[in-house]
Design a protein around this ligand. Sequence first.
Ligand code: SF4
Length: 414
Amino acid sequence: MHRHVFGPVPSRRLGRSLGVDLVPFKTCCYDCVFCQLGRTTCQTVQRREWVDVDAVLAEVAARLAEGAQPDWITLSGSGEPTLHSGLGRVLRGIRERSDVPVAVLTHGGLLGDPGVQADLATADLVVPSLDGGDPSTFQALNRPHPDLSFEAVTEGLVSFRRSFRGRLWLEVMLVRGVNDTPEAVQAIARIARRVAPDRIQVNTVVRPPADPGTLRVEDAVLEELLPLLGPDAEIIVPPAPFRPGTPGASIDADVVELLRRRPCTAPDVAAGLGLHPVEVGKHLAPLLSAGYVEAIPGPGEPFYRARPIPANLGGLVPSPGALELDLAGRCIETAARAARRALVEALVAPGPLDPRLPPALELLDAFLAKTDFPALRTADPDLAGGREGSVTLRQGSDGSVTWSKGPGPGPEPR
Ligand code: SF4
């Protein structure tokens, strides 16, 4: 179970991209109508240490050591990475641990901040967005935090480009009926000329959007509009085809983690995790029936996404065959009993039964029944209270329960 690192996922521009998530789910300055993650639940412009930098770097190192072979390490995921105040330390830390180039996908709204500019200095590639060429289109598409004005954001982009020595690709998201006219695209082009990116990448709505009325621009219209953005503009190509790789220790957990960050079709999952398409089907079917994953209805190839984790489960994160206990200064026994209370409350809450909960409770009960907690506390001071961290419980195929400190690589080695 990787909490901050996911994939590699298929990226239309970066091939196989190992994602690094620096903020909690849907923590963002914007609330874009086309966002594939749904509505923003924490809209903020405050930069802070949303997740622990050392834990992120340890997960990146572990995933690479498992044999992941990404083309890029990409800071993106569940929200806006520049909101993390330790972004610079993360980038330098990845650089120390790997030769894989590092990209940062950002909405670009904070690029005028000198602290963000300094943090991003060591990235190989920064990909900010520019979807509206005027304040009302910016407002309609991106629904920004009230502290972010169109003028400040566009001037921030220009100022960042002047200071940044890596590559900069500008992403332009076109939405039917909003910014898909020549006038709207020319307004974007005027700002883009001031930014002078190395490339402009034109995108449209290809995954289920936050607002269901947000529509894809037809290919022929994209082709017509493309020249207005200049010779360095391109339409983003489909994902790379299947290429064998080494998936993580637990395929089920990796599929769920991937779908938690990005709705994908089955071929997307295959390309991202380096699996044969037939094998993806074998994993998706039980994950669907167990309730970890749901299909999103719509025309064409179905998309899948991970079902949200019930908010009342706190630090306990159900994943196939594994549970994670957040110690939060408590001893292991107290943390396990608190997790059990949260699980039971979720089980008895009104509404349909979440099928992930009964096996999670079974695993926790087996751990509570079989563990000699006084001996465990004596043997390991980290588990005796007063420390931060987590413990991952795993169910073995013979019903046994094992545990390890930290977010482990998954429930069962294959
Ligand atoms: S698309 Fe990106 S910038 Fe827009 S709301 Fe989603 S995460 Fe935030």
